[in-house]
Design a protein. Sequence first.
Length: 219
Amino acid sequence: MAMLARAMRSATTGARRMKHTLPDLAYDYAALEPVISAKIMELHHSKHHNTYVNNLNIAEEQYAEAVHTGDLTKAIGLQSAIKFNGGGHINHSIFWTNLAPKEQGGGELQDGELKTAIEEAFGSVETMQQKLNAMTAAVQGSGWGWLGYNKASKQLQLATCANQDPLETTHGLVPLFGIDVWEHAYYLDYKNVRPDYLKAVWEIANWQNVEERYQAAKL
């Protein structure tokens, strides 16, 4: 135990942790209407995501202090907070870029390598959307639905994650397109009818961003 504590302190010696920050959006809060209202976007981004960022910074500071003092019990206890808030930060940072106003190209996937890969994996873009919607609608409580890339098999895959669990650590997939199904993401607009939200969100899918993520994942 003492050796592990020394190793933890050694690993952090001289390291300077950069604080996480809330990313700016590439569009106004009202830009995704009527699919997602300005009110939801404002609350979701400035309140919910910002809370994950703030709590992640606090947890990491406490973790660094626990490592520095060799308090392994406290360090281990903080890992769940880092996973939850870190996952929330990661997932939402992807989610905002996965969306785009309709007039900026949101909603329609153009011909290209991503479309071909989706058709090869699922038969058609529409079939992929239907399968992901069905899986994500079935998430119990809060979580996410994902289109991801499996680097080992070099194939696209669909998956869901509970709460704020990151796709890459949970399923080993590179996240390409995610759908947030925490109630704060849709309840003001869609009430408890999650399938309506899932169907509508594809109208503002930023396929250019998904294509870029796909190309990067293949490297």
